[in-house]
Design a protein around this ligand. Structure first.
Ligand SMILES: [Zn+2]
Length: 137
């Protein structure tokens, strides 16, 4: 069974007062992208994962899937096969942040991913909301 995350998000938003979103001052981190030959280097990749408070390998897995490429983490950087603009990398990071970091109930980034069997949930440390997230496995 697959959840339609955006539908759930919309449903959650519709029952939350608008004011809850204006409180959040969280800024989605931007990638520092360098294209070298046929590879794309995200120079501040580890820093991005730290800002999002997520396992860098989880962020990378999402990035590689969304960009349909291969890549690896080298020290603090991520190295992707192929050339990708800063804009496309930033877009994917923004989608990751909305899907796997920001609480759909209160809009805060203070969340963690909790696994229960084959399911994964985004659990908010601020409001306690628990929402299913897509599995990247
Ligand atoms: Zn919350």
């Amino acid at each position: 069974m697959q959840y339609d995350y955006l539908q759930l998000l919309d449903r959650a938003r519709s029952v939350i007062p608008e004011q809850a979103y204006t409180v959040s001052r969280f800024e989605i981190p931007k990638a520092n992208v360098l294209i070298m030959g046929s590879r794309t280097i995200i120079q501040n990749f580890k820093e991005i994962a730290e800002r999002l408070n997520r396992d860098p390998h989880h962020v990378l897995r999402y990035l590689l899937r969304e960009l349909a490429t291969a890549g690896s983490i080298e020290d603090v950087r991520a190295v992707l096969q192929g050339r990708f603009s800063k804009e496309s990398v930033d877009n994917v990071i923004a989608r990751y942040t909305r899907g796997f970091v920001i609480c759909p109930a209160c809009g805060k980034p203070d969340t963690k991913i909790v696994r229960e069997g084959r399911l994964a949930f985004l659990v908010c440390e601020v409001c306690g909301a628990k929402n299913p997230v897509r599995s990247l496995a």
